[in-house]
Design a binder for this molecule. Sequence first.
Ligand code: HEC
Length: 188
Amino acid sequence: MNKLLHLSLSVMTLPLGLVAQNQLEPAEVGPKIVAETFGQLSAALGDAVAQSGAPGALRICAEKAPQIATEVGLAHGVTIRRASQRPRNPRNVADHTEQEVLAAFADALTRRETPKAQTRLNEDGSRSFFAPIVLANPLCLQCHGVVVQEVKPATVEALRKLYPDDRATGFKLGDLRGLWHVRFPAKP
Ligand code: HEC
């Protein structure tokens, strides 16, 4: 019931959010929206791993991650997704534009520079804000690191059931894991 109420409130505030976001620059608001989403996701993930270990946290992460992205997106009148060149969930596979941006982020990392967020105008008039996701927290390696050493066998087993096409292990700290894509609707 609580959840329903919360959801309907978010939907009710949607038009306001849309109007507000249209007057704001994605390059300015994008980082804040990403920080908010990432903060909520990290907190949920930390709690889940502490409570039930990495294998138990998988399911929570699988359900929570898209849910948090949807809720924060609704509150701001944008859509938020994570995309990757090596996704765990096939839904998160990078599209053409996302691949281009990921390649630019990867180039920066190869040059030992910090990848810079980008804003692009889409054909339909919407604007996209892209921010890099670089692995910076050892916690991430429990589910995205080297299999057996870091991703324990019980987690590997659970991953195999939930994500038979998983490509998101074998990463190291400092690697590009993917990107955040915040899409701002076209100006009316
Ligand atoms: C408890 C295991 C777990 C931990 C810890 C974890 N992840 Fe994930 N990660 C997942 C799962 C499960 C998915 C797939 C979510 C889905 O189905 O949308 C995922 C998906 C992702 C994606 C989306 C692209 C894809 O592969 O589908 C990114 C980016 C990502 N994780 C980054 C991180 C980062 C950064 C950290 C550390 C802050 C982290 N993850 C920690 C389990 C984990």
